[in-house]
Design a protein. Sequence first.
Length: 531
Amino acid sequence: VEFFSSINEMTKVFGYEQKMLLHMQKFLSDNQGKLDFLKARLREFENERNEAREWGPSYFESPINKYLLNKRLTVDWQRVENLMAASTGEKPLTRLRKFRNRETMPDRKELEGAIDGILRLQYVYRLKAKDLARGILDGVDYSTQLSSEHCVDIARLALRDQHPRLAHSWLIEANDRLTGGEKVDQLKPQILALLVQAKKELEDFRGLKDTYQELIGIQSASEEHAKNYETFLNALGEKALLNESKPILEHAPIPEEGEQVGEFQAYSLTCSGHWRLTPKEQRHLRCGYVTETHPFLWIAPLKAEELFQDPLLVLYHDVIYQSEIDVIRKLTKNRLMRATITSHNESVVSNVRTSQFTFIPVTAHKVLSTIDQRVADMTNLNMKYAEDHQFANYGIGGHYGQHMDWFYQTTFDAGLVSSPEMGNRIATVLFYLSDVAQGGGTAFPQLRTLLKPKKYAAAFWHNLHASGVGDVRTQHGACPIIAGSKWVQNRWIREIDQSDRRPCELWDDSLATYAQILELNKQNEAKAASR
Ligand SMILES: O=C(O)CCC(=O)C(=O)O
Ligand SMILES: [Fe+2]
């Protein structure tokens, strides 16, 4: 069970820990009683022996004293021996173990998952280790402090997962947080050894040499480091001194216009708001009431906000009600499981998607079919061929990296698509069932658009080009949650039987590049302006 993917589980194990503390208290008081008894005997025996020493050999002439010595060496010492041998506190220990072995108890993998979550927040939102260590999350102060040792743990994982910049920032913080005590001797060489590794990866040669020297200067550092240092110097020779050390930045600079950017980086830049549409690009986006699709909407029009035109991305406001959300919360209770992703040939749990989810068929409750009627009005699509309602909950650090909702042919071929006869996912409607305190937006990197979760709202977009080919521009992801939790509902509408609703166009717009489409938009705009 993975507790870091949901607040629910965390609350539960937090309750268990309360009981674990009680067992620990019991263990302590049992052992304290034993130690107190032993201490009292120790003092008693010492006193009797001191008295004997004062007397000298004549002490043993007294039959009383002879008796006392015998009594001590037989009965009293036996008692001491027995008590020392007894495993005191076994009962609380057994009880404690039971809690620790519970299925919901986090294990090492979960600890790594939690650190992974911190690093993701740091990377995506370009946060500083210094602030994180002080409990400041994107400007909000939670005043939790991390120790030097915690920072070393985080740095170690960052290094392992190829984030030398982040590792470096945590090591500097770990070093700043070293404050006297026996931990320094233990932590300092660890910090320096990891720093050497981070700087090596960042190719900061001069900084590396200084760190090496400091490392081998410490008594407690091992011979191994000295040997590594020698190898390093031999390998680099003069180069080590020639290379200027660059200041190590905690985050790579924001890429310039036109620079090559990785997909996760693009998603991150959209999540953090560094990539967004210019006011000029947003100018032609419209807001208004939709009344065309269904007669009912003449009476109760939908509030629609256009976020992008091609591909169309719309946010509908106030399209789900609290009473419906209440029903959904009841329907999904105790049904959430860790989310998986469908890669090309299997369905797997992955760090790319850290949330919990469940599917519920529309027949499970009347509220779900009411929602579907609304979705039909919002999308002008036929809801006959849609997947089961999916509900998902993201906890702190939870996210879903960039992806497309439509399936690749390979996924169909591998038999991983449910009801493949219904075709691909023509459209998505994503309901926000909660607000999110911090972070947790839905990012569309190719559209440079970030949707902030807004309770009762729903996003709508087409996943496929009119020709039926998957539209890569619809790539999107759920940004990591900084604080709070997030509930969403997905309606995935399939392709089959929509032809009267969304006529197939002969021109395959999927063959156009994004730049070409933007150019086409510009031309259309110019045409409209001159009209
Ligand atoms: O939670 C979100 O904002 C997006 C979720 C999503 O993209 C999905 O579940 O496919
Ligand atoms: Fe999605």
